[in-house]
Design a protein around this ligand. Structure first.
Ligand code: BGC
Length: 320
């Protein structure tokens, strides 16, 4: 063999294959961290300060948010609670919480779509209350449960939940997967001037953003913007695609997808088995791109909706 061929390539093909695969994995691990984000010093200016008019004006000093954004405490994903048994916090009514010592300038509705994942909900709800009560915001958790055996339709569930949260006068919607737990206390749950993809760094994806137009997982969007893009398409049954279609709607309306720095955007994903993947998702997305038919929040159809106030969340039970 020619002496000009590097030594490593003169080895057996399997060894060369392993070395090449290892190198690719390494490059991916270190290179893919980069995504465009709002620098920390500009985050406060990018916040959407909007409060639910229903909460009235209490005579308290306005809440501050710089101290939240600059927090450095993070939770190691291996230290997350596996189960909460007794969670009896004060001050939470139907999943809603108001800061005690100051007047909030931010109100958000967390919309959590759900079916058959009681173990995750039991961890998610207390974890989120503990996390959010430290943020000086007014918030309310809505769980939108699909109560039938029809194929899972996350887009429809979000559209229905958004209608209720908007009717309740929330100016900011946070669309939240039940299996994602924020790790960084600086990750303020608030909308920005543009739709904000919050879960940019997930442990399951080795804290790497898989692609720039991903908006799945956790997304904060103002109610006005949600109405403007007419929410989600109702056409995606099964797992996947509805979020990519939403990203296309966002961009089509000349809105942008903003993110905060990776050190504020880390999440841990609770384990679960993969749902049935919608094999038609790319086809439906293409059809939607080419279609002028109205399909979204204002055309969502369902059999029934049943709203129940529970202590830690408001449950919107839906039969599609
Ligand atoms: C799916 C999305 C999903 C993303 C990340 C895509 O293939 O269409 O719905 O959010 O993968 O898991």
């Amino acid at each position: 063999m020619s002496k000009w061929i590097p030594k490593v390539l003169r080895r057996r093909p399997t060894t060369v294959g392993c070395v090449v695969l290892g190198l690719i994995a390494l490059v991916q691990l270190f290179a893919a961290h980069g995504y465009n984000y709002i620098p920390l010093e500009d985050v406060e200016r990018a916040l959407l300060f909007a409060v639910n008019p229903k909460i009235g004006k209490e005579n308290k000093p306005p809440c501050v948010y710089g101290s939240v954004i600059n927090k450095t405490k993070t939770v190691d994903s291996t230290d997350l609670p596996k189960k909460f048994n007794e969670f009896m916090p004060n001050g939470i009514v139907s999943g809603s919480y108001m800061p005690e010592n100051c007047r909030p300038l931010i109100s958000v509705a967390l919309l959590v779509t759900y079916r058959n994942r009681q173990n995750q909900l039991d961890v998610f709800v207390p974890y989120m209350h503990n996390f959010l009560r430290k943020q000086n915001i007014h918030y309310k958790i809505y769980v939108i449960e699909q109560e039938d055996d029809k194929p899972w339709n996350k887009g429809k569930l979000y559209n229905i939940g958004a209608k209720y949260a908007i009717a309740d006068k929330f100016p900011c919607l946070i669309l939240h997967d039940v299996d994602l737990l924020p790790l960084d206390e600086s990750n303020l749950y608030a909308c920005l001037g543009q739709p904000r993809h919050m879960s940019a760094s997930i442990d399951k994806f080795r804290f790497v953003l898989p692609y720039d137009t991903l908006v799945g997982g956790v997304l904060a969007i103002s109610s006005d913007q949600y109405v403007q893009i007419n929410g989600f398409s109702n056409r995606f049954n099964g797992w996947g695609g509805e979020d990519d279609d939403l990203a296309a709607r966002i961009l089509k309306h000349n809105l942008l997808i903003w993110r905060l720095p990776p050190h504020m955007s880390r999440y841990s994903m609770l384990p679960h088995k993969q749902e049935a993947i919608n094999a038609d998702r790319h086809k439906i997305m293409q059809e939607n791109l080419e279609s002028s038919a109205r399909d979204g929040m204002d055309t969502v159809r369902y059999e029934s909706v049943n709203v129940k106030d529970q202590r830690l969340y408001t449950l919107i039970g839906v039969k599609l």
